[in-house]
Write a new protein. Structure first.
Length: 692
């Protein structure tokens, strides 16, 4: 007799601003259907195509279900099954020997494979802190934008997504929400039906840009110049809210001087657009009370990404758009959530904390860090690495060096994973982790203002364990006795929020767990009366903190590392700028191995403008080689005006082992960092393209 059908509530854990609430249908211990929860206001019963197929991922025939030990050479992906007891017995003495001799020789590597506060970095961080391991600067995706917001607004905070549907003008800047922010897009579409004008600012005519009233295709990395050009028009034509500026901003005179140095003619030349596009948009923006900007992280993955974020974030305060709940800007709402990071991660467990702290390794430089054996720049040689919630061999920049680093025979590598990814092929121990439907977690969002509880819907598949339990097992085998390492997942979650914060309005853990989610108590128009989280309480056009750090306190345009302006000799050899935004059916490197999604995506391809294709005798469907000094890949060309002239677009991120030539876009990206935040510069990349 079959077990009755059961229904469970869950939260999508993936790196997307929507953080959807899900309803899971379960039969005989298997998830057979996942749908959006209609009772959750941000989700409205709708999931993206990727996550609606989540059962295919959870019950994938190649899901890792038992611990594995490497038996072949690194990178070959040859393993044999072992028990958890054997896995811990292999891990513990090796890690103990290394960390007893030099704790900083151990490095964690993780990012947003799950956005959960518990399975992300709670017990794991406590484990590394207790050992005194090297710290990882987790900056691969959004750190430049986060820094830009911090120095301008005080935190990663902004307007509410739901009020975009009341906006009269929406600038969708560096974003493709049809692929990566579906629930914002439904609200933008509603605003459009009500008469709002939608303008996309993006080097690529994405699916979203095609559906906007206007698309402005600027050169990659020139967003700050475009924003300063808009400011020039706003100031010269006096399209300003002087009262808001006087009461709620800091440094207008300095910003005015900077903006006046960017007349539309100059800004247009930098951006590769027509001056009238800047002038007309600035006038429309300045004259529209309910003007809103949906900024996304694509535009900050260049050298000047932090400054560009700062420049764009200044716009709503110049015009007073913040006075209305349908005006302002949203890049991230994650800073609204009252997360108690100290209680969650326990940095006080670091030996000698806070006076003495281990070195920090920037995750974007993992290739160089693994290949530099104890030199002055990187410090002690990395002898062991534990990878979880990430797939660096596929996703980290300058991939040839990353793979070479992981191929070191003397590097002890443990990987926690759901599947045998590109990185997993280099593991000494490959440990099966649970998916979101099999474990407990707590989530905030960077696209809405709810905190949410995820309850397990099904038992762990095979012998898989939650990340937290795997780290507890390693700690126990190493003889670590710190009680904080052995708190249960719910005990961790219970202390993860600051319950005295006014945004939770007296709610406690028990009521949150029972309800499943909590909307943070915030004003509809959060900055209508100022109240920014900067030291001054104002929107800081000029940042005293940046000045104190020896940096330019006023946002400016910084040419990309790799551009005709920034590196003319390099541009002469590699004249095409390449960007690699997310493919619609993938989420970073997640879902690439789900056959139904990969078959929909087809194969790796490169969009190239007809003029650039003609210069290189490239036709539609040709196999082309994309290359620079760092590496190369082969893909199929799509000759299309969706890519602006001088720019090629390779939608990403493919697992290398699932690409025809075993390579992906990160063969050509660099380890260079952004101006603020130490973030990756994936879209600051010059290449040449030729027929293969």
């Amino acid at each position: 007799m079959n077990a009755p059908t059961e229904f469970a509530r869950a939260v999508c854990p993936h790196d997307c601003p929507d953080t959807c609430a899900m309803r899971v249908t379960v039969e005989n211990g298997r998830a057979i259907k996942v749908v959006g929860d209609p009772d959750h206001p941000p989700t409205q019963g709708v999931l993206c195509t990727k996550v609606s197929r989540y059962p295919e991922r959870v019950h994938h025939p190649k899901r890792l279900t038992t611990p594995l030990k490497r038996v072949g050479r690194k990178g070959e992906g040859q393993f044999e099954p072992i028990s958890w007891e054997e896995a811990f017995a292999l891990a513990a003495p090796r890690l103990s020997e290394i960390t007893k001799r030099e704790p900083q020789a151990l490095l964690p590597y993780s990012y947003a494979g799950t956005m959960g506060l518990v399975q992300g970095d709670s017990i794991a961080q406590r484990f590394f802190h207790k050992l005194g391991a090297s710290r990882l600067d987790r900056t691969i995706c959004a750190a430049a934008g986060a820094a830009g917001l911090k120095y301008t607004y005080g935190a990663s905070i902004g307007m509410h997504t739901e009020f975009f549907e009341e906006s009269e003008l929406i600038l969708i800047w560096g974003a493709n929400p049809i692929a990566s922010n579906l629930h914002f897009w439904t609200r933008a579409q509603e605003a459009k039906r009500r008469g709002a004008r939608l303008v996309a600012i993006d080097p690529y005519r994405s699916l979203t840009a095609e559906k906007c009233h206007q698309h402005i295709a600027l050169r990659p990395g020139t967003d700050a110049a475009f924003a300063l050009g808009m400011m020039h028009v706003l100031i010269v034509e006096d399209l300003l809210d002087h009262a808001y500026i006087a009461e709620h901003t800091l440094g207008f005179d300095e910003l005015k001087m900077r903006a006046l140095a960017y007349p539309p003619s100059r800004a247009a030349q930098i951006c590769g657009v027509e001056a009238h596009e800047i002038v007309e948009l600035a006038r429309l923006y300045g004259k529209t009370r309910k003007s809103a900007v949906r900024l996304n992280y694509g535009m900050q993955r260049v050298r000047g990404g932090g400054n560009a974020t700062r420049a764009i974030a200044c716009l709503p305060s110049l015009t007073g758009a913040w006075r209305d709940r349908a005006g302002g800007l949203l890049l991230s709402s994650s800073g609204w959530a009252p997360v108690d990071t100290h209680a969650l991660q326990r940095p006080d467990l670091i030996p000698g904390w806070p006076a003495s702290q281990p070195r920090v390794v920037n995750m974007n430089a993992i290739g160089d860090a693994l290949l530099h054996a104890g030199d002055a720049k990187f410090g002690p040689k990395i002898e062991a690495i534990i990878v979880y919630n990430s797939n660096p061999v596929a996703v980290a920049p300058d991939s040839e060096r990353v793979a070479a680093g992981f191929a070191r025979d003397d590097l002890f590598t443990i990987v926690l994973e759901h599947f045998q990814t590109d990185t997993a092929d280099y593991a000494d121990l490959l440990l099966p982790a649970t998916t979101q439907l099999e474990h407990f977690d707590l989530h905030k969002s960077y696209g809405h203002t709810y905190v949410m509880v995820n309850e397990p819907a099904i038992p762990p598949v095979g012998d898989a364990l939650p990340n937290t339990e795997i780290f507890r097992g390693i700690a126990r085998s190493m003889g670590l006795q710190e009680p904080a390492l052995y708190e249960s997942d719910e005990e961790v979650a219970r202390t993860a929020l600051r319950w005295n914060d006014p945004t939770v309005d007296g709610t406690n853990w028990d009521s949150l767990k029972k309800a499943g989610w909590l909307k943070l108590k915030l004003p509809d128009a959060p900055f209508a009366n100022g109240g920014f989280r900067t030291p001054s309480g104002k929107c800081e056009f000029s940042s005293p903190r940046l000045a104190a750090e020896g940096a330019d306190p006023v946002p400016d345009y910084l040419p990309p590392h790799e551009s005709a302006d920034g590196a003319p000799e390099l541009a002469a050899r590699y004249p095409l700028a390449m960007i690699s935004p997310p493919a619609r059916n993938f989420l970073n490197s997640s879902f690439v191995n789900v056959e139904s999604l990969r078959s929909t995506e087809g194969e790796p391809h490169l969009d190239i403008h007809p003029a650039d294709a003609a210069l290189r005798n490239i036709g539609e469907g040709d196999i082309v080689r994309v290359y620079n000094d760092r590496g190369s890949m082969q893909v199929r060309a799509r000759v299309t005006e969706r890519a602006r002239e001088g720019v090629v677009v390779g939608l990403s991120i493919w697992w290398k082992k699932l690409a025809p030539d075993g390579r992906n876009a990160n063969q050509v990206t660099s380890q260079a960092l952004t101006d603020l935040g130490g973030s990756a510069t994936f879209y600051d990349c010059l290449v040449e393209v030729a027929r293969a």
